[in-house]
Design a protein around this ligand. Structure first.
Ligand SMILES: C[S@@+](CC[C@H](N)C(=O)[O-])C[C@H]1O[C@@H](n2cnc3c(N)ncnc32)[C@H](O)[C@@H]1O
Length: 212
């Protein structure tokens, strides 16, 4: 699908590198396996999409911010998952990620996720948004930032959906519920549940009401 990969909560780059690898293999395999059934135009179209895809990683690179409000008393504390930007770049390079296609944005979400950050997308949309920032406050800021980047079919993955003992009024679950209420033009269809904590959704534009 057209669009970029966005990860909010990069830590040491492990899941970021895995996502890059998964996309790279998916695009390559579709041509290797089914290329003989495709015209050169279709192969060109697929290659163009892969070449245009950018991989965005947003993190303080200083670990979690202070934990407050609804997230207090949970498993997370300030400074967890600190890893410097330089170490992440080195990890990604060693994992075979093409850094020319990577945009790592350093800073606290409530300071860096602004119109200037949005302008850097130059009209491109998000195919996959990976929210792995653990906390309600962080996820809320992230989702608000992402609203203009959503397209019909964007997949949003919540790495910590079932944290806080699965409590719906905490963490990423709460942030997503509130965000959907603020964006009634979007619907969310539950997609893959994976491992202990993860859940994901496909976002769609709601169809316009049909005249009676
Ligand atoms: C669980 S770690 C990410 C793990 C990573 N995706 C992986 O699987 O390897 C959570 C990350 O979210 C980042 N984070 C959380 N809230 C943030 C905020 N408000 N601003 C910037 N970074 C934040 C932390 O710095 C931390 O690196």
């Amino acid at each position: 699908m057209d669009g970029d990969y966005l990860e909010f909560g990069v830590f040491n780059g492990r899941s970021f590198a895995a996502a890059y690898d998964a996309f790279s293999r998916a695009y390559r395999q579709v041509i290797e396996r089914y290329g003989f059934l495709m015209s050169e135009d279709v192969k060109g179209w697929i290659n163009e999409r892969w070449s245009a895809m950018r991989f965005w990683g947003f993190d303080s690179f200083e670990g979690l911010p202070s934990v407050k409000g609804v997230d207090t008393g949970g498993p997370f504390k300030q400074g967890d998952y600190a890893c410097s930007l330089e170490s992440v770049e080195s990890n990604l390079r060693r994992s075979g990620v093409d850094l020319d296609r990577v945009r790592l944005v350093k800073g606290w979400y409530d300071e860096v996720l602004d119109d200037a950050a949005l302008a850097r997308f130059e009209g491109r949309k998000a195919s996959v948004i990976h929210v792995d920032c653990d906390l309600y406050e962080s996820a809320k800021t992230v989702l608000d930032f992402c609203t203009p980047l959503i397209m019909d079919g964007t997949v949003v993955i919540f790495d910590d959906w079932f944290q806080f003992r699965g409590h719906p009024d905490k963490g990423e679950q709460r942030a997503f519920r509130e965000w959907l209420i603020s964006n009634p033009h979007l619907s969310a269809t539950e997609y893959h549940k994976e491992g202990v904590w993860r859940n994901s959704f496909i976002l769609n534009e709601r169809a316009a009401a049909q005249p009676a």
